[in-house]
Write a protein that binds this ligand. Structure first.
Ligand code: DP6
Length: 360
């Protein structure tokens, strides 16, 4: 079995003095949620997500060799302007991945990053951001070790992204990604995300995700703190085994295209995630009144029209509305007529399933 040790860099075959790369990486939306982790960003349970298409981070990494290798050295630009408050996160990321990428201290980096979605939209940019940076680092490593295989390139990129932010490991490659060991998913690993290995039913082709921006403010409780509260959580063990079970069921559903069952698992996962937050000690609530209003409207619309729309939630108040491409027109009309009023400044983002990071 593949282990962490297999990802430690030890073969500098080329000398590279300077250069630059640019990668985009998308956000992703989990169907079965990651909530709770062990040391070194090892997930407490496996998760599965749709990769998004339009919500992306674009990051350019410039590098020049330096003579002193005692420290990490980098400048961080956001939309072309220096951004000091992002630096501690990157510094911490470099420290976490140093054992796998010992060459990082040999370079000075200029990291220039931007998002395709509004900065303060409340959409987590950590998944796409860490994934885009990990891809750039792997491009540098590939120059240092041109013999590396494509599989290794993407696996290690996902492993590095995971060490930046757990869910980022699902933003590297593939339209549906599984992260975490699961007995029915061949090749699945706690160390990196893998493409969902089975053939997916045509119902899920171009599956749509419209993200309703309910609350764009800073979250009161970060994901990191939330994950931590799963230690000693009274329902943790039950929750982790439920996630395994839901992944088995959703695997079957993705193969057979049963949308009723899809809806049931996805909505239950979203509500369970928030139930874990409400039953942590200390407890907290990230949903807002408008989150609940939207959920009720979706249930009413689905009951009345039989159109298979459902919702999911991240660790925040925004609502992701998921639906098949063939009901796009009716669903968008419903969103405009009945849901836009619950969004902050009437804002929402239309996205769909996508295919992962791209070199630009
Ligand atoms: C609720 O990946 O943001 O979105 O590993 O601490 O960076 P860290 O957490 P993060 O957690 C995301 C949790 C979630 C569910 C999910 O995406 O699976």
């Amino acid at each position: 079995m593949i282990s962490e040790k297999d990802f430690i860099f030890n073969q500098n075959t080329a000398i590279i003095n300077e250069g630059s790369f640019q990668w985009s990486a998308p956000s992703n939306i989990a169907l079965v949620k990651y909530w709770g982790k062990k040391e070194h960003q090892i997930p407490a349970n496996p998760s599965i997500s749709f990769t998004l298409n339009h919500c992306k981070t674009i990051t350019k990494l410039g590098f020049t060799k330096k003579s002193d290798s005692s420290n990490f050295s980098f400048d961080l630009l956001f939309e072309g302007k220096p951004k000091e408050d992002f630096k501690p996160k990157i510094q911490k990321f470099f420290e976490r991945i140093e054992v796998y990428c010992p060459y990082l201290k040999n370079y000075h980096f200029t990291i220039d990053t931007q998002n395709t979605f509004p900065h303060s939209s409340g959409i987590a940019s950590s998944a796409s951001g860490m994934a885009a940076l990990a891809m750039n680092i792997m491009s540098l490593e590939k120059e240092l070790n041109p013999a590396m295989t494509n599989d290794f390139f993407y696996q290690k990129a996902s492993l590095l992204a995971r060490l930046g932010s757990g869910s980022a490991c699902r933003s590297i490659k593939g339209n549906i990604v599984v992260w975490g060991n699961h007995k029915e998913i061949n090749g699945s690993s706690d160390l990196f995300g893998v493409e969902f290995p089975s053939e997916v039913h045509a119902n899920f082709n171009n599956y749509q995700d419209t993200i309703l921006l309910v609350d764009k403010g800073e979250k009161q409780v970060s994901s990191t703190v939330g994950h931590d509260l799963m230690h000693n959580h009274p329902f943790a063990e039950q929750r982790f085994s439920q996630a395994h079970h839901n992944l088995s069921t959703i695997k079957r559903v993705l193969e057979n295209g049963n949308l009723d069952e899809f809806i049931q698992i996805v909505e239950s996962e979203a509500l369970t995630l928030h139930a874990m937050m409400m039953t942590s000690m200390p407890y907290f609530i990230l949903m807002k009144p408008n989150t609940l209003a939207i959920i009720n409207k979706i249930w009413k619309f689905r009951n009345e029209t039989r159109i298979p729309v459902c919702f999911t939630l991240d660790a925040g108040a925004n609502v992701h509305i998921l639906y098949p491409e063939n009901v796009r027109v009716e669903t968008l009309q419903f969103i405009k007529d009945e849901l836009v009023g619950y969004c902050q400044n009437g804002q929402y983002i239309c996205d769909e399933i996508g295919f992962g990071a791209q070199k630009l």
